[in-house]
Design a protein around this ligand. Structure first.
Ligand code: FAD
Length: 429
C-alpha cells in the first residue's frame, strides 16, 4: 500500500532544502494513483543528484518499486523496476561475470535516476552514457497511461526521457545490457602531472585505456598551476573469484562546523592528495576504482548544515585546456575554494541523445561549500563556460542560469511533472 509522509527534503548537496509530501507506491498501479491524484508531482530515486532536481512540493519516491523483474545471466540483460539500486544489482550480476557498461562514481543510485540523468562514467569516450546500453523502459504519463519506449517504439519519447530529469513522466521499469568481466580487479595506472598542460598530455597519452578520471589541485600556483593526478584503468582479464568486493565504510556521523573547510585545510588536503598518490601500475578492485567516495557514508556532512554546490561543466575539446585554465584562474581570484574536483574526458554525443550532458571534450566537477559569495562565483563561471561554448550538468545544478543546461523544460509539454529545478529554469528564462 502507498505510504505517504510530509518531511524536510534535500538532495546530496543539502542545498536547497524544502518541505515535501512524499508518496512511496509499491506497485505500478499505486504509482498511477499518485500521478492522477496530484496536479504536480516529480519522480525521485535515491536523491543522489546534488541540487534541486528531485525536489518539489509533491514527490513520488520509487524506492519501494524495487523488484528485480528478470536477470538474464546468459546474455547479461537486467530487467528491473525503477527503484532498484545499482548497488543491489552488483551482488547479483558480478558473481555471474557481468558489470555495468556505464556507471557513475556512486553505486547508491536507482535505475530510474540513471536514465533520467543519462549518467556517464569514467569511460565515456569508449561507452557513452547509460542510454547507449538501455533497451527499453515503461513510462507512466500524466494521463495515467503506461507507454513502452525503446529505439523503435515511441523513439521520440525514449530520447526525450533519457537525461530528461523526470519531466516526461515516471519511469516504472527498464531493461539494459551489461558487459562481461572475468575478474573483480582493475589494472590501474596513476599518473602524477606537475602542471595543467601535463594533465591534458597524460589524458592524450593514455587514450588506449578505456577508463580515466583525474583530480586537479585548484589551489596550486606558479609552476605547479593546475597540477593533478589521473587514474587510468582497464579491466583485469586474469580470472579471479567473482564476489563483489564490498568494502567497510566509514561514516561522518555529524554535520561538520562550517569553518572546517577553509583555505588552510583544503591546501593541506590537496598537498596530501598530490604527494601521497601512488603512481604507476597496481591492481585495485572494482569498488575501489569505481566508487571510492562510497567508502565514506554521509561525506556530504563535511560541508556543514549549509550544504554545498557542485558545479560540473563540459567544454568542447579544442577549448578545454585554455578554458579550464581560465576557470581555475577565476576561482583562484575568488574567496570560494573547491574541496573536491574531478576531470573527465568525453567522446562524441550521439545526435539522438538530445539531453545527454557530455559532449566531446572535457568536464570538470567542482564542489564548493555554500557561502554567500559562491552564487556570484557561479554567475562568473556560467558566463565564462557559456562564452567557451560549454554547458553544465543539470543533475548537479542548484543555481546556474537557465541557459547553461542547454535543455528547455518548456519543450517537454507535461506540466504535471514539475520539480524545483524545472520551476527555477522556467522562471529564469
Ligand atoms: C558521489 C556522487 C558521484 C556521482 N558521480 C556521477 C558520475 O560519475 N556521473 C554521473 O553522470 N552522475 C554522477 N552523479 C550523479 C548521480 O549519478 C545522478 O544524479 C543520478 O541521477 C542519481 O540517481 P538517483 O536514483 O539518486 O536519482 P535522484 O537524485 O532521486 O533523481 C535524479 C533525477 O532523476 C529523476 N528521476 C529519478 N527517478 C526517476 C524515475 N523513476 N522516473 C523519472 N525520473 C526519475 C528525478 O526527477 C531527478 O530529476 C554522482 C552523484 C554523487 C552523489
Amino acid at each position: 500500500m502507498t505510504c505517504t509522509e510530509t518531511s524536510a527534503l534535500a538532495n546530496w548537496g543539502n542545498y536547497p532544502k524544502t518541505r515535501a509530501t512524499l508518496s512511496y507506491p509499491e506497485t505500478p498501479g499505486e504509482a498511477r494513483q499518485a500521478v492522477l491524484q496530484h496536479a504536480r508531482i516529480i519522480a525521485r530515486g535515491n536523491g543522489k543528484c546534488y541540487g534541486d532536481a528531485a525536489l518539489g512540493a509533491t514527490v513520488l519516491s520509487t524506492l519501494r518499486l524495487n523488484r528485480l523483474l528478470n536477470w538474464d545471466a546468459a546474455n547479461g540483460i537486467v530487467h528491473a523496476e525503477a527503484g532498484v539500486l545499482l548497488a543491489d544489482l552488483l551482488d547479483r550480476i558480478v558473481p555471474d561475470g557481468w558489470f555495468f557498461e556505464v556507471t557513475p562514481g556512486i553505486k547508491n543510485i536507482t535505475v530510474g535516476g540513471a536514465i533520467a540523468s543519462d549518467v556517464h562514467g569514467k569511460n565515456h569516450p569508449a561507452k557513452g552514457c547509460f542510454s547507449q546500453h538501455l533497451l527499453d523502459f515503461d513510462l507512466l504519463r500524466a494521463d495515467g497511461e503506461t507507454v513502452a519506449c525503446s529505439r523503435t517504439e515511441n523513439p521520440g519519447l525514449f530520447w526525450q526521457t533519457c537525461g530528461g530529469m523526470g519531466w516526461t513522466g515516471v519511469i516504472l521499469s527498464a531493461r539494459f545490457r551489461l558487459m562481461r568481466i572475468s575478474s573483480v580487479y582493475m589494472r590501474q595506472t596513476a599518473v602524477r602531472a606537475p602542471r595543467l598542460d601535463a594533465l591534458f598530455e597524460a589524458f592524450d597519452a593514455h587514450r588506449h585505456l578505456p577508463y580515466a578520471a583525474g583530480w586537479v589541485d585548484c589551489l596550486s600556483a606558479g609552476d605547479a598551476f593546475g597540477r593533478g593526478v589521473v587514474y587510468f584503468a582497464e579491466h583485469d582479464t586474469t580470472p579471479s573469484p567473482l564476489q563483489y568486493p564490498h568494502k567497510d565504510t566509514r561514516n561522518v556521523p555529524f554535520y561538520a562546523p562550517a569553518a572546517l573547510l577553509n583555505a588552510l585545510t583544503i591546501r593541506a588536503h590537496n598537498h596530501m592528495l598530490f604527494s601521497a598518490a601512488k603512481t604507476g601500475e597496481q591492481r585495485v578492485d572494482l569498488d575501489r576504482y569505481f566508487y571510492p567516495l562510497d567508502r565514506i557514508r554521509n561525506w556530504n556532512r563535511l560541508y556543514g548544515r549549509r550544504g554545498f554546490i557542485q558545479y560540473q561543466f563540459c567544454l568542447p575539446e579544442a577549448a578545454s585546456p585554455d578554458g579550464i585554465r581560465k576557470v581555475l584562474e577565476t576561482i583562484r581570484k575568488s574567496r570560494d575554494l573547491p574541496f573536491l574536483s574531478v576531470l573527465k574526458r568525453h567522446g562524441e554525443r550521439p545526435v539522438e541523445a538530445i539531453h545527454s550532458f557530455p559532449e566531446r571534450g572535457y568536464s570538470l566537477a567542482l564542489d564548493f561549500p555554500r557561502t554567500k559569495t559562491v552564487f556570484g562565483l557561479v554567475n562568473q563561471l556560467d558566463e565564462l563556460v557559456w562564452q567557451l561554448g560549454g554547458k553544465i550538468y543539470l543533475t548537479k545544478d542548484a543555481c546556474s542560469a537557465a541557459r547553461m543546461g542547454r535543455v528547455d523544460p518548456a519543450a517537454f509539454g507535461e506540466p504535471k511533472f514539475h520539480s524545483l529545478l524545472k520551476e527555477r529554469l522556467l522562471q529564469d528564462k
